[in-house]
Ligand binder design. Sequence first.
Ligand SMILES: Cc1ncc(C[n+]2csc(CCOP(=O)(O)OP(=O)(O)O)c2C)c(N)n1
Ligand SMILES: [Mg+2]
Length: 199
Amino acid sequence: MSNKFPKDVLKKAYSLMCTARAMSDIYEKNKEVTSKYVHATSKGHEAIQLAVGLQLTKNDWVAPYYRDDSILLGIGIAPYELMLQLMCKKDDPFSGGRTYYSHPSLKRDGFPKIPHQSSATGMQGIPTTGVAMGIQYQENEGLTKPKKGEEPVVVCSFGDASITEGEVAEAFQMAALKKLPILFIDILFSIRSSSFYIC
Ligand SMILES: Cc1ncc(C[n+]2csc(CCOP(=O)(O)OP(=O)(O)O)c2C)c(N)n1
Ligand SMILES: [Mg+2]
């Protein structure tokens, strides 16, 4: 893989970083409206999340958690669509307005697949490790034959506190033991120190 990124990719990443930050600021400025429901945002994590989101393809799976709205922008979800969930609207593409902001689940042509997950921190670890195990099984058994460079990968993102949970340790150990095609991302800031969190 080249370590030089084309300028248009860098420009897109920067533009989406600014979009994500502007959205956080808009939510904060309008807290009387947006604080009707819980939300946190990717403030401070935009770069790492866009580095991930922009590289995912329709072959992949991703489990962003509630602070990963920049990953969602990176895979191609529109700000308007994210705000539909923020405001609990029925056209929200993830859950028809039934779940909090940045609680995604998606099966849309051309996009990475997002398994449904709850608000319980760390719960995405075991199901996504299971997806990676399924991908490896299919490839080993010759049930799927992805082209070179198009092999699916699973991305699972956590906050730093959630990775202290036992079930997350179980997921990490199984992924390492079986060399599963999964990338875990651990975001190191607290919702309370670096980002915006309203109940
Ligand atoms: C199993 C579980 N315990 C407690 C909570 C309440 N809770 C919501 S966010 C949060 C903080 C999680 O911290 P971390 O994983 O570091 O993520 P951050 O929001 O800091 O990125 C907690 C304890 C929860 N949602 N699920
Ligand atoms: Mg944290």
